[in-house]
Design a protein around this ligand. Sequence first.
Ligand code: HEC
Length: 106
Amino acid sequence: MIRGGRAALAVALLTGCAAVPHATPEDAARAAGSWPGISVADLEAGRSRYVARCTSCHRARSPARYPPDRWGAHLDKMAERARLSPDDRDLILRYLVTLAGRPATP
Ligand code: HEC
């Protein structure tokens, strides 16, 4: 059991997953202020698109690396490189902006 846990942690660290947090109900509640009706599943869909489409040239940057209002410009530039569909761009943007806007942990 402990071994399995360590292996999973090692995989998470190697693939940089720790930098790409999963969305929570609190995230969805905050995001609904900007996108009414948005769900955890919507944010998680954005997360998986982000991991799938934005890591072929460089590692995934943590959403917290930039303030929420900076992600739009980065994504506009990278959407072309990643050949994102408008739907994927929206999903990824909502995920990044929402997670970047998490309140600082005390
Ligand atoms: C085809 C390769 C490629 C793909 C796919 C790609 N990027 Fe990038 N990205 C780069 C390169 C090269 C740089 C560094 C040079 C630059 O900033 O132009 C970069 C830099 C960045 C930066 C830092 C910009 C800065 O000014 O410091 C961010 C943020 C970023 N990428 C986000 C993303 C996101 C989000 C996606 C998915 C939509 C993505 N990237 C997909 C090639 C790519």
